[in-house]
Every structure is written in structure tokens, then in C-alpha cells.
Ligand binder design. Structure first.
Ligand SMILES: C[S@@+](CC[C@H](N)C(=O)[O-])C[C@H]1O[C@@H](n2cnc3c(N)ncnc32)[C@H](O)[C@@H]1O
Length: 209
């Protein structure tokens, strides 16, 4: 009988562990230089394109201030810039990933910040996009209010979830619990392509306060 259980590449597996913040930072310190090439070419990472496609449909105003949370090397920022958005800021845990994002010249401001800690961001954003950050950590569904706190009234959050993480930690149930606790509106949960060459799909969440 055929077995379709995919062997996970160790470079991805390290990211699926429930790592402490310093260990997570260390993963991306080592990964920053080769991240874009490995993710896109080797793993078929299309989550940024999927998220930006959905973003463009939901946020027609190209002057809307946008925050890219967990911006990494800036894959989503680059696509937003190509789509005509003029005010894109970014936050990430890893200084090395932020350095790569800065080199693209598509972000107005970039900050080092930890989504699991206090984030000192004014609520000036029409939209927050968060791509590739949510995966295997059971606290992540409960971090969504932190993204919502960055929004202007009427704003929205677009976030992806790694489909393996979605199943492995039971995101659907945790998301429902988070929604009950924090009273946000889960407008849609859509299936998306994610790591296409690894056989891993994803979810795209659209959330409003
Ligand atoms: C898989 S990468 C995704 C980067 C980018 N958004 C993309 O789609 O290519 C995950 C990013 O989330 C960042 N990250 C992980 N935990 C974080 C946290 N607690 N706060 C802020 N950023 C975090 C990492 O440093 C890394 O750059």
C-alpha cells in the first residue's frame, strides 16, 4: 500500500518545534542568508503570494498603512510593493532577517520585536499581514489579539497558518477558544498553497476586531 506520509526536511522541522524565543531567533540567525533561495526554490514556498493575492482583494486602498508582522526577509513586503502599496512597515524577531528586508527598500520602517512579548506599536494600521509565522506553537492562536491591537478602526488582519501545524496542534479548536476569549471576528478560513514541494498546504485567516 502506498504511504503518503511526507518526510519533513530537517531545516523545516527545527521550525516546527515549540522553541523558546532565543532558540527561534538563533534558527533565523543561521537561516537568513539562504532563506529565500531554500524556501522558494527547494520547498516551493508560496504563502507570501497567496496572502498578498488575498490582501489585494480585501484592501483596495494602496495608500493604506500596512504592518507586516514577522516580515522575515521581506517576501510579502516585496509583493505588496509590487502591487502598489506605498506604506509598508515590518516587525521581526530576527535582526539578521530584518537586515535582508531592509535591503529591499520597500519598507518605510522596520523594527525588532517579539510577538510573544509586549509590542510597542501604535494602532495606526489599516491592515496587518502575518505570513509564515503561525505554525506549531499552541500559544499562537492566542497572539491574534496582539495583531488586532495594531489596527485602526475598520482594519483587518490577514494571517497564514502552516497546514501541518494546523493539524498537529489542533488550530481550529484553539482558534475557537481564542475567539471566545477575545471576541474577534473570524471572517474566513481559506485553503491555500504553502510549501508546495514539501506537500504542505496552508490556511489563510481573515480576521476583524
Ligand atoms: C517562516 S519565517 C516567515 C517570514 C516572512 N513573513 C515570509 O513569509 O517569508 C518566520 C518569521 O517569523 C519571525 N518570528 C518568529 N517568531 C516571532 C516572534 N515571536 N515575534 C516576531 N517575529 C517572529 C522569524 O524571525 C522569521 O523571520
Amino acid at each position: 500500500m502506498a504511504c503518503n506520509k511526507q518526510k519533513i526536511d530537517p531545516r523545516l522541522a527545527q521550525n516546527y518545534a515549540d522553541l523558546a524565543t532565543d532558540d527561534q531567533r538563533a534558527v533565523y540567525r543561521q537561516w537568513a542568508d539562504s532563506y529565500d533561495e531554500e524556501l522558494i526554490e527547494e520547498f516551493g514556498y508560496i504563502a507570501p503570494q497567496e496572502a498578498v493575492n488575498a490582501f489585494v482583494r480585501r484592501v483596495p486602498d494602496r495608500t493604506a498603512p500596512v504592518l507586516d508582522m514577522g516580515c522575515g526577509t521581506g517576501l510579502a513586503g516585496k509583493l505588496l510593493d509590487q502591487a502598489g502599496y506605498t506604506h509598508i512597515d515590518g516587525i521581526d524577531l530576527s535582526p539578521e532577517m530584518l537586515e535582508k528586508a531592509a535591503a529591499l527598500n520597500v519598507y518605510r520602517q522596520l523594527w525588532e520585536g517579539d510577538l510573544t512579548a509586549v509590542i510597542d506599536v501604535q494602532p495606526i494600521y489599516q491592515a496587518v499581514i502575518c505570513v509564515g509565522v503561525f505554525s506549531h506553537k499552541p500559544d499562537q492562536p492566542f497572539l491574534i489579539p496582539k495583531l488586532l491591537d495594531c489596527l485602526l478602526p475598520g482594519g483587518l488582519v490577514i494571517a497564514t497558518v502552516n497546514g501541518k501545524g494546523w493539524r498537529d496542534i489542533g488550530w481550529a479548536e484553539l482558534l475557537e477558544q481564542s475567539q471566545r476569549q477575545h471576541d474577534f471576528k473570524l471572517e474566513s478560513v481559506d485553503d491555500i498553497g504553502y510549501l508546495t514541494k514539501q506537500g504542505i498546504d496552508g490556511k489563510l485567516l481573515t480576521i476583524r476586531p
